[in-house]
Design a protein around this ligand. Structure first.
Ligand code: X8Z
Ligand code: ZN
Length: 622
């Protein structure tokens, strides 16, 4: 392992040499992990492959079989996510069993074991062997019962979380069912603290029923990972970046340390603003129900002069998805395949619908070629405006590398952070004032105050997000897996991290009868990978700075990518590679730099100065 340090406005970020990333996890980066398992716990016999002596024949047959089984598995997963029923869950488990039985089968493992010792492989062959090996290590035929238990537990928890019917009782009102979108809407709008508390508490309802399952699943995942020689399941996932669990934690701590001077200023300014709004004393830590997001991972709706939801409140939800596609098309990407529109599930279910679906946004690459889909619950608000651009980033990534030159096993991002970063880069681009003015969402001549705009971006972007992603989420999952955190400490530990990293506290004591961490989608279905999003924020700011400086020659804080084919070609040159190249090299070739938080911190630098002046005389810190 090689360590490099890159200076970034006073922070040192453990960087590129460590980031040899191969996304090899089961499942796409954007949809919940369910993973393969056979219903009976016994993987089916793998189809016979050619021996490894002829490497190309072996890999060709492996890739063909892999793609067939993947497609069946993803189709079953899709059905299980858009229509949560017991039968669909069983079908997903069975399809997973077939795929897992193949990739983790003895025959495949033996062949790969031999190929790993060969020194005459080409780089492309080596990368396929390495990826297939890591995939096999996740579903070893030597522990079929534990694999089966882990995946069945995950599938059941997934359904239990996403199929949960939320019930809300506002003070003095009747009890009614509410959707996650309605919960978010109430948290965005209400100025009544008693009402906000009721809504926030309702949003945590699913936690208790998930707690025991999460403890079981942690045990199963750790058992598998440790059997394969990893320190824990957390260590198995961070190994995708060539990092140990402790390395990843250090990297996250360095990122948080870099953003903390700005975060503390923002936190101070926000608690004064909100205390005035709610007519309450200024708290040291911000009560979680004061904020417009269930996990305080973003704090929308605070800047009085910048009403982001207001910009899109009168449009049709379909218009948001069309704008997102149009943005990519303007850069030179092809319109989405017809099947995207036919097969995706894009909008909220109508009231009274008997169907239950996962309402968290995801993007799918069902056949590893052109069958791409999104699962969303789009409505006309700012968050969905951004999310549509984010999800289509995944979809355009899929389409770019879904080509014959990229073997199916390598149809992944340059690394997981790249996959998350591309759509988020386009989110950033679509949120730039000059593009919004071009769309007619910002009236001509009503240019927003630049600092107020930057403030709104910081509140819905990485400044607020990093303490959650690197701090609360990553530290909780590290404790959960690496330190075997006992179940009777889950809730206390979650809130300890929220207090330490985010300066947030619950509205009232949350005992161990709750399991608030488990209400966050990724804890259940995208485990031990949340740091991907933090790294994506770093990656996207590096790409954005390069695009603005070298291609557009525009201001990083007010650039308009729309219609620029050079930007599209530049992005496509990254996307079309899939995972055929080392992620660090891709970054270096794309930007001339190693991974560094410098560009992100530079973007927000003017805000730090403004906030410091505003907070003069106030006690900063929590
Ligand atoms: O889960 C997502 C995307 C799908 S990959 C909507 N995100 C994280 C979250 O919602 O917690 C995007 C930002 C962070
Ligand atoms: Zn994503």
């Amino acid at each position: 392992m090689q360590t490099r340090t890159v200076a970034g406005l006073g922070m040192m970020l453990l960087a590129a040499g460590l980031l040899v990333i191969w996304y090899q996890g089961q499942g796409s980066p954007t949809r919940p992990e369910t993973g393969p398992v056979h219903a009976t716990g016994v993987p089916p016999q793998a189809a016979t492959l050619p021996g490894p002596a002829d490497v190309d024949s072996f890999l060709a047959a492996y890739n063909t079989r892999y793609r067939e089984l993947w497609t069946a598995f993803e189709s079953a997963n899709w059905n299980a996510e858009v229509d949560i029923t017991g039968a669909n869950t069983q079908a997903r488990i069975a399809a997973g069993g077939a795929l897992g039985g193949f990739v983790g089968g003895r025959e495949v493992i033996e062949s790969l074991r031999g190929l790993r010792t060969r020194t005459d492989l080409t780089e492309l062959q080596e990368r396929q062997v390495a990826t297939a090996w890591r995939l096999s290590a996740k579903y070893p035929a030597t522990m079929p019962e534990v694999v089966a238990d882990a995946i069945a537990t995950a599938a059941v928890l997934n359904d239990s979380l996403h199929g949960h019917v939320y019930r809300l009782t506002l003070p003095g009102g009747p009890t009614r069912t509410v959707t996650p979108n309605e919960i978010d809407g109430l948290l965005a709008m209400s100025t009544d603290l008693a009402e906000r508390k009721a809504v926030w508490e309702a949003s945590k309802q699913a936690g208790p029923k998930l707690k025991q399952g999460l403890a079981d699943l942690r045990g199963q995942r750790n058992q598998l990972a440790r059997h394969m020689g990893y320190s824990s399941y957390f260590g198995l996932e961070t190994a995708n970046y060539g990092l140990s669990a402790d390395d990843m934690l250090r990297l996250m701590d360095e990122l948080v340390a870099g953003i903390m001077p700005l975060y503390e200023q923002l936190h101070c300014w926000v608690r004064h603003e909100l205390a005035a709004r709610y007519g309450a004393p200024v708290p040291r830590r911000i009560p979680a129900h004061w904020l417009g997001n269930r996990w305080a991972q973003e704090w929308p709706g605070i800047v009085a002069d910048v009403d982001m939801d207001g910009l899109v409140k009168d449009v049709e939800p379909a218009w948001l998805v069309q704008r997102a596609e149009d943005f990519y098309v303007s850069l030179g990407f092809a319109p989405l395949p017809e099947t995207f529109w036919e097969r995706s599930d894009l909008y909220q279910l109508p009231p009274g619908s008997g169907r239950r679906k996962n309402t968290h946004a995801s993007a799918w690459h069902v056949d590893l070629e052109r069958d791409v889909r999104c699962l969303m619950s789009v409505q006309a608000d700012w968050s969905w405006f951004l999310t549509t651009h984010h999800e289509l980033g995944h979809v355009y990534y899929y389409l770019a590398y879904g080509r014959p030159q990229v073997p199916p096993i390598l149809r992944e991002g340059a690394n997981r952070a790249f996959h998350e970063g591309i759509g988020s880069l386009i989110e950033l681009a679509a949120g730039q004032p000059s593009y919004l003015a071009q769309l007619g969402l910002l009236a001509a001549g009503e240019a927003p105050d630049r600092i107020q705009w930057l403030l709104a971006q910081a509140l819905s972007g990485p400044v607020v997000f990093l303490p959650f992603a690197c701090g609360t989420m990553t530290h909780f999952e590290y404790d959960l897996y690496e330190a075997d955190l006992p179940a009777h400490q889950f809730n206390a530990r979650w809130w300890e991290h929220a207090a330490r990293f985010q300066g947030i506290e619950p509205p009232s004591l949350r005992g161990e009868e709750f399991c608030d961490a488990a209400t966050k989608t990724h804890i259940i279905d995208d485990p031990a990978q949340y740091y991907d999003y933090a790294l994506a924020a770093v990656v996207l700011h590096q790409l954005h700075r390069y695009i603005c400086r070298e291609l557009l020659r525009q201001d990083v804080r007010d650039a308009n990518y729309y219609g620029d084919r050079t930007v599209g070609m530049y992005l496509n040159s990254i996307l079309e590679l899939g995972a055929t190249r080392d992620g660090n090299l891709v970054m270096r070739q794309a930007t001339g730099e190693d991974l560094s938080a410098d560009a992100m911190l530079e973007y927000y630098q003017p805000l730090l100065e403004w906030l410091t002046r505003r907070n003069a005389g106030r006690e900063v810190g929590f």
